[in-house]
Design a protein around this ligand. Structure first.
Ligand code: FAD
Length: 488
């Protein structure tokens, strides 16, 4: 090992060790998937991965590791702007504990710890409290580089539709490509979009919103808020971190409002964060899965105590509990918020209301949306009515594939795998939070691998029948094929 890192230190040494480990694991294996050609004579892509955030890059690497190499990974954003870390996330540190694994796919030298120790030593690791937000991004990009995963930044999927036996994906570059499997690793809002609250005078799509009302998951220039009074709807993690970021940028006041009487106190997802739950949730019957996640969704999750500590020490910060908003009126010089207790003027309002899961909002899936099976299609009408949000989650198959509401109408739907937050009711949090990724990615890739193998099983079997390998040639017992009898 000393030879291996000779002349290198820090991350360069860590990269050499990791590459050596990958070589020991025979990475990358040869491609085994037979070529397919479309009517235009062009080779059909085996897998298109959409999104190169944490889930997309892990899935892409996992596919290469399984010898599925005719793939492309596209990413709408530019390099270092993948995912929330350097765009819309506003917390200094991750909520998760530092020892989490996942993007490493079980290779010790590719863990966050290996990356961190390479730069700060084991003492630095011991002293580290939690992962800094941008360190997590840099770590992910380092893994991507070491595993040689090609990512096309600045390329978005715009539309997917059936085209004969294949899917046709239209990209923002104008390219239209035929693909066999599509993995939508498009992030937290990839199965819907921003959730906007409904108020009589507020239109989120109207022109008056610009510069006055923002969603906390949007990119925001906080330097514009110096001296401003900010009203924040919501008291969970992103709402509080947005309020704190505004105050740290020079805002005069930031008030976070909630309907509830106090902060939620218990993070229920921690109780579901162990291998048994992570592997087992997706194997449960529908009743259990529905019961677990409708409970989880309604329980809510407290903000990290670090975020609350960060905010509560800032002058100008406050919470208003048990004070729901009734209306939001945008004027030329500010926003008037009417609550159940008062009418208050703000310069700017931030909506920390999260995102919806609603497949009908995804423009790229418009050709399929009406036939996507949802959890609401599987539950009794009164149950679906009582859990309107949960009822809109897609009902996925065992490999994260979308399923048909009406079987036979859009059969290619099962070639679209939803590897994002929308999968939690079906599989648990395996394609959204870091801890579940070590279960989610192999499950996805195994399903794709089975399906691609099954589609060509006759050819694979024929190749095996015809296989010729003169392994015994160097010995005295080699028999040429034409003289063999009884046994091949
Ligand atoms: C503020 C915040 C803090 C979080 N903190 C934690 C934490 O501490 N611990 C934890 O376990 N989890 C945390 N999470 C949850 C989760 O880990 C992250 O959301 C993580 O980024 C999920 O990875 P992803 O790949 O699913 O999505 P993302 O990282 O968002 O990646 C999706 C990518 O898809 C791209 N994309 C979308 N649509 C298209 C398209 N049509 N074509 C091409 N590209 C497209 C996007 O540009 C994006 O880069 C946090 C999430 C947020 C928002």
């Amino acid at each position: 090992m000393a030879d291996l890192v000779e002349g290198a230190t820090g991350l360069e040494a860590a990269e050499r060790i990791a590459r050596h480990d990958l070589a020991r694991l025979n990475y990358p294996p040869a491609n085994w998937v037979p070529e397919r050609f479309g009517p235009d004579g062009k080779r059909v892509l085996d897998v298109l991965v959409v999104g190169a955030g944490m889930c997309g890059q892990t899935a892409g690497w996992n596919l290469l590791r399984e010898g599925i190499r005719n793939i492309r990974v596209i990413e709408r954003n530019g390099h270092r702007r993948e995912g929330p870390w350097n765009t819309t996330a506003r917390m200094p540190i991750l909520r998760s504990p530092k020892h989490l694994t996942g993007p490493d796919l079980g290779v010790p030298s590719l863990t966050f710890r290996a990356w961190y120790e390479a730069q700060h030593g084991s003492e630095g690791w011991e002293q580290l409290y939690k992962v800094k937000r941008l360190d997590w991004l840099d770590y992910l990009l380092w893994v991507r580089q070491v595993v040689d995963l090609p990512v096309e930044n600045g390329v978005a999927l715009e539309h997917v539709e059936p085209a004969g036996k294949f899917l046709k994906a239209t990209l923002s570059t104008g390219e239209a490509i035929r693909v066999r499997k599509l993995v939508l690793a498009s992030g937290r809002d990839g199965s819907g979009g921003f959730k906007w609250p409904r108020f009589p005078s507020f239109d989120p799509d109207g022109p008056k919103r610009a510069g006055r009302i923002f969603h906390t998951l949007e990119e925001i220039d906080f330097s514009r808020f110096v001296g401003k009074r900010i009203g924040v709807l919501g008291v969970l993690a992103t709402a509080i971190d947005n309020a704190a970021t505004a105050l740290e940028a020079g805002a005069r006041e930031a008030i976070c409002y909630a309907r509830r009487p106090h902060l939620p106190q218990v993070n229920k997802s921690k109780g579901a964060s162990f291998p048994g739950f992570q592997r087992g949730q997706g194997m449960l019957d529908d009743d259990w899965r529905w019961q677990i996640y409708t409970y989880m969704l309604s329980a809510g999750s407290p903000p990290p105590h670090e975020s609350v500590l960060r905010a509560q020490k800032l002058p100008g910060f406050s919470f208003r509990f048990a004070e729901p908003w009734l209306d939001v009126v945008i004027e030329s010089d500010g926003v008037t918020v009417k609550t159940t207790k008062a009418t208050k003027r703000f310069d700017v309002v931030l909506m920390g209301t999260g995102f919806d899961v609603d497949m009908s909002r995804r423009p790229e899936l418009a050709s399929f949306a009406s036939n996507i099976k949802l959890w609401g299609d599987t539950r009794a009408p009164e149950e679906a009515k009582a859990n309107v949000e949960a009822a809109l989650y897609p009902y996925l198959g065992p490999g994260f594939e979308l399923m048909e509401k009406e079987p036979g109408r859009t059969p290619l739907l099962s070639n679209i795998h939803l590897f994002n937050w929308g999968s939690i009711l079906s599989h648990g949090a395996l394609a959204g939070d870091i801890p579940g990724l070590f279960v989610g990615s192999p499950r996805l890739v195994q399903a794709i691998s089975h399906s691609l193998f099954r589609a060509d099983v006759a050819q694979h079997a024929e190749n095996m029948f015809n296989q010729e390998d003169p392994e015994l040639e160097p010995t005295d017992y080699f028999v040429p094929r034409e003289r063999r009898s009884g046994t091949l």
